[in-house]
Write a protein that binds this ligand. Sequence first.
Ligand SMILES: CC(C)(COP(=O)(O)OP(=O)(O)OC[C@H]1O[C@@H](n2cnc3c(N)ncnc32)[C@H](O)[C@@H]1OP(=O)(O)O)[C@@H](O)C(=O)NCCC(=O)NCCS
Length: 333
Amino acid sequence: MTKIKAAITGVHGYVPEYVLTNAELETMVDTNDEWITTRTGIKERRILKGENMGSSHMGAKAVEGLLQKTQTDPMEVDLIICCTTTPDFVFPATANLIADMVGAKNSFSYDIQAACSGFLYSMVTAAQFIETGRYKKIVVVGADKMSSIVDYQDRSTCIIFGDGAGAILLEPCEEAYGLQDFVLKSDGSGVEYLVQKAGGSRRPPSIETVTNREHFIHQEGSAVFKFAVTNMAEVAAQVMQRNNLTGDNVAWLCPHQANRRIIDATAQRMGVNSDKVMINIHKYGNTTDATLPLALWDYEHLLKKGDNIIFAAFGGGFTWGSAYMRWAYDGKK
Ligand SMILES: CC(C)(COP(=O)(O)OP(=O)(O)OC[C@H]1O[C@@H](n2cnc3c(N)ncnc32)[C@H](O)[C@@H]1OP(=O)(O)O)[C@@H](O)C(=O)NCCC(=O)NCCS
């Protein structure tokens, strides 16, 4: 019997209209376009403006577009997994809000939190439900309003992050397409390097936590940088090796977009040419859980059925991982 695989059968994204350029950041903190461009590769990022709108707003837009594009009736969706590091509320789950907003009344839904590796963790988790034969249509949506936790007085973090959402549809495939392999890792001892210190149960909100700016992202950039460069490439190389993949037969690397230098180092270590690396960091910065689906969305029109795609990500926790996907359809836009 052919083993059922979970194939991506559609991808869609949503980014808010407001563009925060390096030039505008120059008016907010002591930085400049040249520094940001050479150290990170980022030129601009999108920011969700407007009252009472959280990550679910962008997630729902991405999912609505996905369902329309794939001609999927929302009532047919079995499960919605949302990965987000900036949920609308601590509870209920953002996935739950999105399911309601898009009319996926027959689905159940839950969130996964793995910082910037959230999309990879969620895609792999969703694939397990497909591979067992239990479900037929699963939406994975990554949505983050990073601007809600970025300190726009901290020049080392405010230049990096942006807002956005991206979604994929996963369906069963009995041919040789879909998710082939993955390695997922985590190490909670990395908490000190990348963390939102307050707002959770350990340090609930108080006047002190607000005064100390503890509700914003705290990042020790160079420690995270070193960790990312070493570990993201290592798991990607592991996935490639055990599937007999080389820089030649990998069609695309879809890496997390946190710093252009980390992406380049990863590609180099994997032996993948730069023209096969999906890049959109210059437009969106690091959109955390939305990064990988937004990259797929941008490159979808270039993808061909049978393309070997390697995903690679890392994030706070630490979390990191890599997955190997054989693309299931010819690109269209
Ligand atoms: C944050 C990051 C861009 C900083 O770049 P870096 O090359 O490591 O720079 P450093 O932190 O060593 O700082 C070098 C100098 O630049 C300064 N600097 C930091 N941000 C700056 C900015 N936006 N503009 C100008 N100067 C800046 C620092 O203050 C420091 O100055 P000093 O030498 O006088 O103390 C980089 O470390 C990084 O990308 N880390 C990984 C972040 C990441 O991937 N996060 C997401 C995880 S999912």
